[in-house]
Ligand binder design. Structure first.
Ligand SMILES: NC(=O)C1=CN([C@@H]2O[C@H](COP(=O)(O)OP(=O)(O)OC[C@H]3O[C@@H](n4cnc5c(N)ncnc54)[C@H](OP(=O)(O)O)[C@@H]3O)[C@@H](O)[C@H]2O)C=CC1
Ligand SMILES: O=C1OC[C@@H](O)[C@H](O)[C@H]1O
Length: 355
């Protein structure tokens, strides 16, 4: 029995379009046969015509309803799950709106502007028995799953250090106007919440998520440069992000991997942007009189961007009656938000206020 999930899309901006286009790709093209996706409503907070042109531009199959407000989307009985594609600054308000209306929620990253907001959302989702997940699509890439499995199977021994970087080498002053969401403080702009969350995602995927849930503990220390998580030993991580320098200046990996995972028996290097990695390399430690071979594994995204994998996860969780995904449990999103709070506490910004 195929499970079809009916989506309501909140926002008609860049990511809402990217995500919706991925939803419209036939699932069998990625080997998915157990779930399907239907876009049943699109809401624009600015004007109904924005939703109507979004539907026309993406050629979303009928029946699909265009709304001029998010409130109308979350009230639509045909909508089962809501995808939130507004700026981080407004995720909290829009997720509250959807949860209070009884809708399951997939909300773009960064989930909120601080941990206090995230905590309240998880409490409400639990209280109402609703599915809720932060849309960190990277976690549901087959590449990410395969790398996590290699770590769990001891392919490079005990991992003691992760160095992760998502930096994009742009010139904000010339590439973005000051009201652009990437630099607009009113929209929680800045590299940390927009990009830094991916550097931290790789730190947590490897040093936290690969542990049994009972052994996962928040970092025991942070400083602006290092996050130390308890493992069997003590693992250290460096998570970096920046606008003005780039991780991969020529786009071909010539400057090295985006993520270096260093274990007692070798390394795994991940190449491509941390949000959508394309290939990884396993580099075993050399052994005396034993030849070692470096293995490159290329896993390009088939058609689309790869957001369909997180959507498939949402559909499977709802089919199976789960409120949270094992791929990104609420607790892990919250711990990462707490790290982002701590970085700002040390770096001195005011987004920590509870609102
Ligand atoms: N997973 C990924 O790869 C990516 C994720 N993102 C995330 O998605 C979110 C949105 O980014 P992006 O789509 O690039 O942003 P855009 O500015 O392109 O779109 C944001 C949309 O949100 C809606 N919106 C609602 N309230 C506001 C508000 N107060 N100010 C501005 N827009 C508002 C608007 O749509 P409307 O008027 O129709 O309501 C707007 O078009 C961010 O949180 C970002 O982190 C972004 C890019 C990639
Ligand atoms: O989530 C994201 O991934 C890709 C980036 O270009 C974008 O700014 C960010 O929001």
């Amino acid at each position: 029995m195929v499970f079809d999930l009916k989506w309501g899309i909140l926002a008609t901006g860049g990511i809402a379009e990217t995500f919706t286009r991925d939803l419209l790709i036939a699932p069998e093209k990625r080997g998915t046969t157990d779930v399907t996706h239907t876009v049943t409503a699109v809401g624009s907070s600015s004007k109904k015509s924005s939703a109507e042109s979004f539907i026309d531009r993406l050629q979303i199959p009928s029946p699909v309803t265009a709304y001029g407000s998010y409130e109308e989307v979350v009230k639509d009985p045909a909508v089962q799950a809501v995808y939130i594609g507004s700026p981080h600054s407004h995720h909290y308000q829009h997720a509250m709106l959807a949860l209070h209306a009884g809708k399951h929620v997939l909300c773009e990253k960064a989930l909120t502007i601080n941990a206090a907001q995230a905590k309240r959302l998880f409490e409400l989702a639990k209280q109402k028995g609703l599915f809720f997940m932060e849309a960190v699509w990277t976690r549901f890439f087959p590449l990410s799953i395969q790398v996590r499995e290699l770590i769990q199977n001891g392919a490079i021994g005990e991992v003691l250090r992760v160095v992760s970087d998502l930096s994009i080498g742009v010139h904000p002053e010339t590439e973005w106007s000051l009201d652009h969401r990437m630099v607009n403080k009113d929209l929680a702009g800045g590299a940390l919440l927009d990009l830094g969350i991916y550097s931290l995602t790789w730190v947590f995927q490897i040093l936290y998520h690969t542990l049994p849930r009972s052994q996962r503990k928040p970092p025991i220390s942070h400083c602006l440069a290092y996050v130390t998580l308890p493992g069997n030993g003590t693992s250290t991580a460096v998570a970096m992000t920046a606008f003005r320098v780039g991780t991969d200046p020529d786009g071909h990996g010539s400057a090295g991997p985006s993520i270096k995972i260093q274990g007692t028996k070798g390394h795994i290097h991940v190449f491509g942007p941390a949000f959508a990695p394309q290939w990884y390399r396993v580099i075993p430690s050399s052994q005396p009189n034993e030849p070692t071979t470096v293995q490159d594994v290329h896993m390009p995204v088939p058609e689309g961007r790869g957001m369909f994998w997180e959507a498939d996860e949402v559909a499977r969780c709802l089919r199976d009656g789960k409120l949270e995904s094992e791929g990104l449990p609420w607790e892990e999103s919250l711990v990462i938000m707490e790290v982002l709070d701590e970085v700002r506490r040390q770096g001195g910004t005011d987004l920590l206020r509870e609102s």
